[in-house]
Ligand binder design. Structure first.
Ligand code: UT7
Length: 325
């Protein structure tokens, strides 16, 4: 297998900021509750005429510029999303056309909050085997479009955004190991019931608010801590490394208490844990993606560093990845 590395990163966060104070006017909540229980202070919301592809295209353009590559050089585009523009065609087809990446194969994957790490792993296989040379991987979500703004249990948690990276063969470093997992026995903990072939859209589904995501947060919280800890241990063992070798862990940003509990179990000091949940909330596949992008932009990831991505979400699915930068 060829060595595969990330050679460019980009992100796009919509302009509109929704603060905890704004949410206090919508539902029975408080800045104090949201901050202490989740670590979130504000999140971004896409505008009415912005779809997920628009967020993805902007992030992709920045990543291409950062990698000094033209869209025509891409031969693979993978978009991780659970909030596509429409059921079909894929967001990836829309992005391929918008970028004029005419020769790129393009498809979406649905792996919720682990989607970005799943997509990285798929791209790594294709490039590693020599099937394709240059890949664009994007985690993009418009969760505000599936959020029930009357449900205080969920509406304070989510936001919109996109993070992108360009992958290609590298001489040294790159992705050392990936570890993916799924437990399909707990679908009820986080899902969006209607709008698919099980419950097509009808007046009844709309009236029953079944086109909004439903979550049993408390149960998910405990599983998230355990699963993300386990995934980090497994992927690091596969890489032949120890936690003392890790320079920065970049976890999925669902809840700062989950992240800190995982960090504690792994014996990582707080300065080795990347957090941006305060600004954006949980953006599902876009969370790990933008966290990686911002860690790079902020200089928290330097050449030669060992970076550990760790994600978990609806499915249940999880994915971890060790990269030598
Ligand atoms: O990204 C995919 C993976 N996602 C996750 O892993 C999410 C995991 N779950 C969580 O992050 C947390 O469970 C939540 C942030 C969703 C909830 O925090 P919690 O500490 O587990 O709270 P809870 O659900 O046990 O609720 C505690 C109380 C309840 O009131 P009672 O029953 O004790 O009177 C809720 O009704 O907090 C209440 N509550 C709120 N109060 C003010 C729930 N939401 C709110 C709110 N504002 N927004």
């Amino acid at each position: 297998m060829r060595k595969v590395g990330i050679v460019g990163v980009g992100e796009y966060l919509p302009q509109r900021v929704l603060t905890n104070a704004d949410l206090e006017k919508l539902v029975d909540t408080s800045d104090e509750w949201i901050t202490t229980r989740t670590g979130i202070k504000e999140r971004r919301l896409a505008s009415g005429d912005e779809a997920v592809s628009d967020l993805a295209i902007n992030a992709a353009k920045e990543a291409l510029a950062n990698a000094h590559l033209n869209p025509e050089e891409l031969d693979l585009i993978i978009i991780a999303t659970i909030t596509p523009d429409m059921q079909f065609p894929s967001v990836a087809s829309i992005v391929q056309n918008a970028l004029s990446a005419k020769t790129a194969v393009a498809f979406d994957i649905s792996a919720a909050c682990a989607g970005f790490v799943y997509a990285l792993s798929i791209a790594q296989q294709f490039i590693g085997l020599g099937t394709y040379k240059i890949a664009l991987v994007v985690g993009a979500e418009k969760l505000s479009s599936v959020t029930d703004w009357q449900d205080r249990n969920t509406c304070v948690l989510f936001g919109d955004g996109a993070g992108a990276c360009i992958l290609k063969e590298v001489k040294s470093g790159g992705i050392i190991s990936t570890y993916l997992g799924c437990d399909g026995s707990k679908l009820e903990l986080l899902n969006l019931p209607a709008g698919g072939s099980r419950l097509p859209a009808s007046h009844e589904t709309v009236n029953a608010r079944q086109h909004f995501l439903k979550m049993q947060g408390n149960e998910l919280f405990k599983i998230a801590v355990k699963t993300m800890t386990d995934a980090a241990e497994k992927v690091l063992k596969q890489a032949g490394l120890k936690f003392s070798d890790v320079d920065l862990i970049i976890p999925h940003q669902a809840n700062s208490r989950i992240i800190m509990a995982v960090g504690k179990r792994l014996g990582l000091s707080e300065d080795k844990i990347f957090l941006n949940i305060e600004k954006y909330g949980n953006m599902s596949s876009a969370s790990t993606a933008t966290a990686l992008v911002e860690a790079v932009k902020e200089g928290r990831v330097k050449k030669g560093d060992i970076v550990l991505l760790d994600s978990f979400g609806a499915g249940l699915v999880w994915g971890a990845c060790v990269i030598k930068w």
